[in-house]
Design a protein around this ligand. Structure first.
Ligand code: TXA
Ligand code: MG
Length: 334
């Protein structure tokens, strides 16, 4: 049985936090909101609890989890060395949607990192979530709270749709603020490298560090490239319905010509051709709104059970890269 409890993200009930902390200390699974997406949390120091996460999600054990802590000092505890670059980034962006990868200290079991010698750490924004982590007194490993490779969750309903009966508790604090996952930044090398584009851009990071940041070949998602981060498989974030991407509005007519049963999602400002009245269309013009609505729009469109979903991609511009990355993975061939 999965219990669902409503929590005020700014003024959480102490009793509810204590209940959730006890579940986590006991090796159970609690889903909670971060500013990006809902996470599925477990005590990162208990290998059994971590294995429960992989089982509930159906996630391959080679895909490492991000460890969530309540502040930068707690993050420094779980890495071999906390460099000055990390301190500067933490001061600028934490709490916030930046995951920092560094060589890991003993105490984080192999199952968390998929055997890698590094660990990803971040401090999430919502007060309630940081309060929960601090109260639990443990680092909390939390992947997105969805079934592996499915669309990420930005509402408690999404978590329940994917994981009902597989986890102990869902803390429902409404829709998440940002809507796409954190930027994953490798700091374990000479040149800081973005492994997953997200709300904090390469530009934001290089402004703080004063060095060039590699985008690791992003934004092109090439099937022939080795995956830069173990979780960055080509097909990911995907609806159940076959989903295709178009770069230009004119290509839409060709696809719509395939017959009935198409639903359309438009990202950015395209000049649309006349679309038949029976074709559902959702338009998300601007990147902040598009990030906020992205996964809900994919899930809702999927629920209409069309024969195919056509995604009209946003422009190849930095403010759209995180969204383009997720859309290209959602539409990669199966
Ligand atoms: O916004 C987020 O990051 C959300 C919320 C819940 O915090 N979490 C999230 O977790 O997106 P997940 O498990 O869905 O994605 C984690 C990503 C994967 O692409 C994984 O490969 C990468 O982070 N990652 C984690 N640890 C890593 C490491 N040590 N080295 C390289 N990549 C790592
Ligand atoms: Mg995920």
């Amino acid at each position: 049985m999965t219990r669902v409890a409503t929590i005020d993200p700014a003024h959480p009930s102490e009793d509810l936090l204590e209940e959730a902390a006890q579940i986590l200390r006991g090796g159970g699974l609690v889903a909670f909101a971060t500013e990006t997406v809902y996470g599925l949390g477990a005590d990162a120091t208990q290998a059994d609890a971590i294995e429960r996460i992989f089982a509930a999600k159906g996630r391959p054990s080679t895909n490492p989890l991000i460890v969530h802590v309540h502040d930068a000092r707690a993050a420094a505890r779980w890495v071999r060395q906390w460099p000055e670059r990390a301190e500067r980034l933490a001061a600028a962006f934490w709490p916030g949607p930046l995951t920092i990868i560094l060589p890991r200290a003993p105490g984080i079991p192999d199952v968390v990192t998929g055997g890698l010698d590094t660990v990803g750490l971040r401090v999430p924004q919502p007060e309630a979530t940081r309060g929960l982590i601090e109260r639990t007194g443990r680092p909390i490993a939390a992947p997105s709270a969805n079934r592996s490779n499915h669309v990420s969750p930005t509402r408690a309903e999404h978590v329940i749709a994917d994981l009902e009966g597989r986890i102990d508790l869902v803390l429902d604090s409404g829709p998440t603020a940002v809507g796409v996952e954190s930027t994953v930044l490798a700091l374990d090398r000479e040149q800081p490298t973005i492994l997953r584009p997200g709300p904090i851009t390469a530009r934001d990071i290089s402004d703080v560090l004063g060095v060039e940041v590699s985008t690791g070949g992003f934004p092109k998602v090439e099937p022939a490239l080795p995956t830069p981060s173990p979780g960055m498989h080509r097909l990911h974030y995907a609806p159940r319905t076959p989903t295709l991407a178009c770069a230009h509005a004119r290509e839409l007519m060709t696809v719509l010509g395939l017959g009935p049963g198409t639903a359309v999602l438009v990202f950015g400002t395209h000049t649309l051709p006349a679309i038949p009245a029976d074709v559902p269309v959702r338009v998300l013009r601007e990147p902040t709104e598009a990030a906020h609505e992205l996964y809900d729009a994919l899930r809702r469109t999927d629920a209409l059970e069309p024969e195919r979903i056509i995604v009209l991609l946003p422009p190849d511009e930095p403010q759209w890269w995180a969204i383009r990355d997720r859309l290209m993975r959602a539409t990669a061939s199966r």
